[in-house]
Design a protein around this ligand. Sequence first.
Ligand code: CA
Length: 241
Amino acid sequence: MKKELYVLALFAGMATGVYAEEGQPTGSLWVNGSSSNSVVNENEHVSLSWEISYTITEDPGAVITAKDELVPAEKSTMEVWPIGSAYWNGNLNINLKCRVDGQEFNLYSGKSKNFKPSGNSALFTREVDENDVINFGMMGESRESGQYFRWTGTSRTEPAHSFIALKNGDTYPSASPMGSGGDVEAFLMPYFDEGTRTVVLGPKDVIFVVELDRVYTYEQSGNASDKGYDMQDMVFLVTFR
Ligand SMILES: [Ca+2]
């Protein structure tokens, strides 16, 4: 321990003007009352002070485009996790596909009620490169849903673009109960700040809230009693490591 203090005291004397690597803590550590030439002797008791700054980097895992495509910020491992699905009381089938740079994968096909986290394994894991374009396709199997995939990569003004990708701090759409004060499913609550109506996520996460039945919001349809556009028919999380 005494030897460590000796080394630290020397370091303090030399610490002025030290530059740290990017992302590393910066600052100084010094022996109180010492000058830059001081040496701490064995058996001498000293008190240390320090002032260290940490840089917190909030690099996004991926950029969300205006068409809700994801573009990784760097080469990384992408994981897709099911959060929940409240689609026709859970009894009808839903489907989820993913396309990474044109290559298509089937991620889920089954009952709505089974679309939920299961142990520690993701629904889908894939190595992705910086600037890959990642798209998702979502479909519900009711007669009202139209039974076609609603793909990202389409304009948000298209009726079938009935979903949105959101990152930490984003506000939920006003058309959804999360944005307007309606009923929010329990599975979505950990990702929802009720006070601000914003998204709560890790910095490298993206959440998709998806409407699988309707193509028009209440405002668009003009039918205020139609609560079908809830964007909770399929909810999944995409994370980058
Ligand atoms: Ca719905």
